[in-house]
Design a protein around this ligand. Sequence first.
Ligand code: BDP
Length: 688
Amino acid sequence: PVPDGVHPAWLPPEAFRAIGSRRTLVRGDGPLVDTVRDEVTLACVRYGGRVRHPLPGGRDGPGPPPDLVLALRSAGPLPAVAETVLAGFGAIGDEGFVVARHDGVTVVLADEPAGLLYGLFHVVRLGERAFGAAVPAEHHRPATRRRMLDHWDNVDVHPVMGQVERGYAGGSLFWRDGVLREDLSRVRAYGRLLAACGVNAVAVNNVNVHATEASLLTDRLGDVAAIAAELRPYGIRVHLSVRFSSPVVLGGPPTADPLDEDVRKWWAAVTERVYARIPDFGGYVVKADSEGQPGPFTYGRSHADGANALADALEPFGGVVHWRAFVYDHRQDWRDRATDRARAAHDHFVPLDGLFRGNVILQVKHGPMDFQVREPVSPVVAAMPATRLAVELQVTQEYTGQQRHVCYLAPMWSDVLGFRPWGPAGPAVARLAAGAAGDGGGLVAVSNAGDDPYWTGHPLAQANLYAFGRLAWAPGADPATILDEWIDLTFAPSAPGGLERLRPTLHAIMDDSWRTYERYTAPLGVGFMVRPGHHYGPDVDGYEYTPWGTYHFADRDGVGVDRTRATGTGFTGQYPPPWSEVYERLERCPDELLLFFHHVPYGHVLRNGSTVIQHIYDTHFAGAEQVAEARSLWERLAGTGSVDPALHARVKALIDEQLRCAEEWRDQINAYFFRKSGVPDAHGRRIP
Ligand code: BDP
C-alpha cells in the first residue's frame, strides 16, 4: 500500500502479522467493509492466513472455526460466538465497535461499516495481544463526531509560503507543478494512516485561498473529486477551503454580499454541482476578514450573515461550513487597550452566539493568539453555548520547531482538551467540542504531512499526527500511552530484537520535549519572540514594533502583557469565574502563563521561589542542556540495530540542528534580558 521509498509510518506490513497468520471471517457489505476485507486478505497473502467466506444464505462453510470475526451486526445470521458477545448491547453507534475475546475467538462487531474499519485497526494495534486470554466485551466510540485535518496546501508553489503554507515536510501530497498528481496512490496510503488513528475528514487546500485554489470549487472540481475517491475507502470525507469572494472571482455576480439574492443563488447552484460530483462532500472551510482574506465586512454584513449564506447552500446536502474565528486586525498598532489581539475572536463572535445556522461550525484556535508554545485556552470556547464549536490545533510545528526540533505536542493538546473553563465542576474543552448531544464541531488540526519520504519531515513528528487522531477519538487518553502505541506500531514489527533500547530512548527524548522547547524559547507564556515571516529561530524584538499585535513589552524594568481588567486590556474578563479571577490576580496566576496576563518587574518572585529574570536564565540553560542530552541518547542508538540506519541518520542530523538552534535561543534571550535588566545570572554562567 505504500509507494516505494516512502516510510510506512505506523502501518508497516508487519503490523498485520497477527491478523495475517490467522483465519478471519469478514461479514457485511459495502465499500468500507470491502476495505476491511481487502486489508485482511492482503495480510493473509503475506502471512499465510485465510479469509473465510460465508456460504450463500449467510451460514459459515465447513472447516475450522475462525480466530477472528469482523462483522456488521446487520449481516446476520452471525456466528454463535458473536451473538453471545452482542447479548445485552444496544446501539453500537455510527463509528463505534464492540470487541471481545470469547471461546478462543476474537470478535469485532459494528452497526456501521466505519465502525468495522476502526475495529480492524484496533485489532492491528493490539497485535498478538488480540488473540490471547479471554476479554469481556468493550465498547469503543469516538468522543467527537468530526476529527478533521486541514491542509494548508497550495496548488501552485506560492512565492513566499512555498507549496504548503507552514508545511515542513516537502510539497503537497495532492498537487505537483500546478496540477493534480497523476499517481494518487500516496493519497490513498495517507487515508489509510489517518483511518488507523481515527481521522475522518480532510480539508484539502489552504485557508488562504489564492486565485488558483479558488477555482477548485468550480473548474478544477475534478481535482477534489479525485482526492475524495482516494480517501473514501478509508471513511474520510473531503472538505474544501473556499474564498468568500468566490462569486466575484469565479465569474458569478459582481458582488459577494451574503444577503444579495443573486449571490445566494450562485452559492446554491455551485454547491449543487459539487454534490453532483462528490455526493459525500463534507463542506466548506472559510477564513474571512482575516490577514487579507475577503469577508462579509466588505459589505457591512456580520460573520453570521456570511457563514449562514454558505450554510444555506450546503444544508440540502447535509454539508457544514467551518467558519474560522481567527479574525483580527493585522494592521492594528495596539491603538488602545481594546485592540489587544487576544481579545479579537471573543469581541467579534460572542455577540453573534445563537445567530448561526445549525450547520455552521465555528472553528476556534485553541489559544487566543496564534499557536504559541504556551497560551491559555481561548475564552471563546466557553462563551458561545448556542453555537457549534470546533477546537483547532496545529500539528504542523510552525511555532514549535518546524519539524526540525523534536516537540511531541500531545501533552499540550491533552492540557487544552482537559481544561475546564468553569472550574473543576464544569465540563472540559473536549466535551464542549464534542457537544452535549454529540453534535458539536469536533476537533480540527492543521496537518504536518507532505511528500517527504517520512511524511512529516522529522520522522519523530509522525507521532504528533498519530496523537492528534487518537486524542480526537479519545481526548482523555494519556500522551505517554499514545506514544507507546505509536512506537509499537511503527518500530516493533521491524525490530526483531525488541524495543528494549528504543522505547526508553524515545520516551526520554519525546515525553517532555514540548516543555523543553518552551524552556529554551519563550517560557512564562510570553510568546512571539520568533523571527518575523518564517517564524523559525529567535528574534526577541522581531515583532515588537510591528502592527501584528504580538508584543512582550520588555523594558529595563520588566516584561509581559497586562491583560487585567484593573489596569490592562481587560482580556481576563472574557473568562468565566474562576479563571477570570485566577488570571486577573497576580498572586493566583499560574507561573507558566504569568507574562501572558501580567507585566511584572524582573525581580517578581514566582511560585517556584525564583525571580522572573533568574527563571528566564535557568530555563534557557536547562532547555539547551536537555536537547544536548537528547542528542547523546540518540547517538547511543547508532549501530545497535534498534532503528533503521537511514531513519537514524535523518533524526541525528535534525537533532544537531535542534541543538544549534536551542543554543542560539538560549544565548539571544539571555543576552537580551541581561542587557535590558542589568541583573547578572545568580550562578555566574556565561551570557554572551
Ligand atoms: C498563522 C500562520 C498563517 C496562517 C494563519 C491562519 O502564520 O500562515 O495563515 O495562522 O491560521 O499561524 O490562517
